[in-house]
Design a protein around this ligand. Structure first.
Ligand SMILES: Cc1ncc(COP(=O)(O)O)c(C=O)c1O
Length: 312
């Protein structure tokens, strides 16, 4: 992460960075109740514009997350989107950013079943690449991904992140860059902060949304870019661990992770360990899409400073 911004947003109001606080005895801090979103914005030198990527889709997922975990919070997606864009403008940021929106329950009694009052924080912080290497060495974790019978993996509940954190700590202890978690049935689900794709027998595949994954927005962007820009078929189907050992290509993707090639799984090289052709193509398409150079008709990349955007 880069330098601290001057302002954060708390319930729609600009507050100095140090003043964005939550009480230690709130329902959220006591019981791990909270939901969040992580998004990115990209500065395009040629256009002289900052583009925020799929903010409305992220805000829709934030609202869905509140519904699933039981938080009575704001549901006006347009207003949430405008607040986040306004925060970026207030900080006068003109570089690649990572943004967060977080919703907590800050009730006076701090009971575990309190659903409100909700309090919303937003932040926009300069950020470059998430992974500092071109190909990741990934471990299949000994921790299973949470299942929809215990915790809701499809939404961004803060409590879910203990699961990915344990997997990541284990992977780091063992000298890996990243972790992928199996479902309780042993299929490949997703990583600690990223969805996963593989190319096997020339076919691009990713686990379906019923395989204990977060319903990733980058995953959806990759699916759409592959299908429409490259005109290829993508299969959403369960993936076994050992399929990754014989795949031609593997990559992970997420708002922070972007499209990141995987070089090895459990120390077994993916093909020759170099990023594959399809991975490179999708990485390039994604990098252009976030700067509004590809798939612009979808309205994914939202100009932050264009007069029309400011006047909205
Ligand atoms: C567990 C998990 N899976 C997948 C993703 C990718 O989701 P998205 O592309 O919406 O950022 C994330 C990213 O936040 C994540 O935390």
């Amino acid at each position: 992460m880069g330098a601290k911004p001057t302002y954060l947003l708390h319930d729609g109001e600009l507050v100095p960075y140090a003043d964005a606080q939550l009480h230690v005895l709130s329902t959220s801090t006591k019981y791990g109740v909270g939901v969040f979103e992580g998004f990115r914005a990209y500065f395009d030198d040629e256009a002289g514009e900052l583009y925020a990527f799929r903010v409305a889709d992220h805000m829709r997922r934030l609202v869905a997350s509140m519904r699933v975990v039981g938080i009575d919070g704001p549901a006006d997606v347009d207003q949430l989107e405008e607040q986040l864009l306004g925060l970026i403008r207030a900080n006068d940021l003109h570089e690649d950013l990572h943004m967060r929106a977080q919703v907590f329950v800050d009730s006076p009694d701090g009971k575990p079943d309190d659903t409100g009052p909700a309090t919303v924080f937003m932040a926009a912080i300069p950020m470059g690449r998430y992974f500092d290497r071109p190909g990741l060495n990934v471990q299949i974790s000994s921790w299973a991904r949470i299942s929809d019978r215990s915790m809701p993996p499809r939404v961004k509940s803060i409590a879910n992140y203990q699961n990915g954190r344990l997997a990541l700590l284990e992977a780091r202890r063992n000298g890996y860059d990243a972790a992928l978690l199996p479902t309780v049935d042993g299929h490949v689900s997703e990583g600690a902060g990223y969805n996963v794709f593989m190319v096997r027998d020339g076919k691009l595949c990713t686990p379906p949304v019923t395989e204990s994954i977060l319903e990733g927005i980058t995953r959806d962007s990759v699916l759409q870019l592959a299908r429409t820009e490259l005109g290829i078929d993508v299969t959403e189907r369960p993936i076994d661990r050992t399929e990754l050992y014989s795949a031609e290509e593997v990559f992970v993707c997420g708002s922070a992770a972007e499209v990141s090639p995987v070089s090895s799984v459990d120390r077994i090289p993916v093909a020759d360990g170099e990023p594959g052709e399809l991975t490179r193509q999708l990485q390039d398409l994604y990098r252009r899409a976030v700067r509004n150079r590809v798939a612009a008709d979808r309205g994914w990349a939202q100009p932050v400073y264009a007069p029309a955007a400011v006047a909205r």
